[in-house]
Each structure stands twice: as C-alpha cells, then as structure tokens.
Design a protein around this ligand. Structure first.
Ligand code: HPA
Length: 275
C-alpha cells in the first residue's frame, strides 16, 4: 500500500476508535478563530498528540486537536489549529488531517484563515470569500505516487471553491449584515512575510490576499471529491501597503478582534452548507 495512504488508514483507525460521529462538514480554524471550537456542542476531542504519526501544530495561537460535535445540530469535525508547510512538514503531512476528515465522512470543507490584504480597497478586519487561488513556491500535495483510493492522477481544479457553497456563504453574510469581499487567495510558503516587490507581483498576478496555508488543503480536499469553500479574515495590510513592519502579534490581535463576527458568519455558513 502507498506509504501515505497506510499512515492515513492508521490515523483513521485511531480516531474511529474514539468516536463514531459521522461529520457532514469539516472546518479548519485559522488564526484568531481557535476559540470557536470551544463554543460548539462538543461530543469528543482528540489531541493530535494522541494520533500516532499525526503532524503537531507548533505555532502560537494554534492549539492541536480535532473537535467532534454539533453546530446547531449539524455534525461537524473541526481542526482546532492547523499545521503549516513552514513548520518543516512535507506537504503530504500538512494535508493529512484534511484527508482524514474526508475519510471520516465529511462531504464539505470550510477553510478559514487570517490573511494580508493585497487588494488596496480591503481594510484590516474585513472578510473575503475565497473564489479561487494561486500557489506560489509551495509544492502540490498530490506530488508522488497517486493515491487511487482518494482520487485521480490529474484532478480538475476549475471549480476548486464550490460555487454552490460560495453562494451559501454569500447569503449567510447577507442575512447577518456582514460585508464580504470576494477574491483570489495566494499561498506562499512563509514563515517570513513577503517583500513589497512580491506583493506587487502577486497583485499583478490577480491575487487579492496572501496567506501561508489553505491552498494546498483545498487541492487535497478537491482531489478526494470534497466540496470546498473558504473565508479569509484580513488581519493586516500586506507588505508595502502597511505603514508599519508586519508581526505575528499584529496578525493575532486583529484576528482576535474580528473573531466575534467571524464566528457568526462561520455558524450561519455551516447551517446553510448542510441545508
Ligand atoms: N502575509 C502572509 N501571511 C499572512 C499575512 C501576510 O501579510 N497576514 C496573515 N497571514
């Protein structure tokens, strides 16, 4: 058996022994949103450290556990804390939790993150529906022997963010009176923030926001047939637009500030994704 698939199957057995809940929606919580998982109707939690071979999150603001439970009656699995490529994991390990949530039965995946704004009309604290993405300097998680049990060798990515789910997020924002931009997310490797020249280049490429996660997760989920959607929270203006040097503290502070609104949008979106 393919080495990655074997590891995935072992992780699945460990988690299945701890819960029989079948999630419909999988959610990844980005910077600042971590507290959301504590507010849902929790059934079981499984620490990443309890799952042999599971990558461990090393970033401040990202705790590491899978939370199983219900959001307004919708069965969900939540990644409370994600792992990033810049932590030194190869990209196969970075997306292992996403694949695991897919194998647990989740049909849809809601990705959230904190981002820097490249689009000059965006402000810190704004939200953006991710309509499409660019990977810059990050390898595809599908490199290597294809795992036929998950998906095809050359998967189509022309609707990587599912249009029906995007519409559900739009209507959620609308009903809550939350302003929602739309645009393109570019994933960089990090951990350094970008240079102003890189940000200008990404703008020319058509990107609206920049972050260090998400795009590789969306590819892995799409490969295995999950429906994917994503919401970004603008934590800062990107390099060259921001008047001050960028810090992780600034990202966390702004993401924390926006969290109450973000949580409302996530809850409403989950209910509609299930509907
Ligand atoms: N760049 C990259 N990743 C980020 C940023 C940024 O400005 N803000 C939050 N995540």
């Amino acid at each position: 058996m393919n080495e990655i698939y074997e590891k995935l199957t072992k992780c699945l057995a460990v988690v299945r022994a701890k819960t029989s809940l079948h999630p419909k929606v999988a959610i990844v919580l980005g910077s600042g949103l971590g507290g959301y998982a504590d507010e849902i109707d929790i059934e079981t939690t499984v620490s990443y450290s309890e799952i042999d071979g599971f990558p461990q999150s090393t970033v401040p603001g990202h705790s590491g556990r899978l939370v199983f439970g219900y959001v307004k009656g919708v069965p969900v699995v939540i990644m409370q804390g994600r792992v990033h490529y810049y932590e030194g994991y190869d990209v196969n390990n970075v997306v292992l939790p996403i694949r695991l949530m897919g194998l647990l039965g989740a049909e849809s995946l809601l990705l959230t993150n904190a981002v820097g704004a490249i689009n000059k009309t965006f402000s810190a604290g704004d939200f953006m529906l991710i309509r499409d993405q660019i990977m810059y300097n990050v390898p595809s998680p599908l490199i290597g022997e294809n795992i036929e049990g998950l998906g095809t060798r050359f998967p189509d990515m022309s609707e990587i963010y599912n249009k029906t789910l995007c519409e559900k997020i739009r209507s959620s924002a609308d009903i809550l009176g939350i302003r929602l931009h739309e645009g393109v997310y570019v994933q960089v490797s990090g951990p350094n923030f970008e240079t102003p020249a890189e940000i200008s280049a990404f703008r020319a490429l058509g990107a609206d926001v920049v972050g260090m996660s998400t795009a590789c997760e969306a590819i892995a989920a799409n490969h295995m047939g999950m429906k994917v959607c994503g919401i970004s929270c603008v934590s800062n203006l990107a390099a060259g637009i921001s008047p001050t040097p960028l810090t992780h503290d600034e990202v966390q502070e702004m993401a924390d500030k926006a969290a109450p609104q973000f949580k409302k949008l996530v809850t409403e979106s989950i209910v509609r994704i299930d509907g």
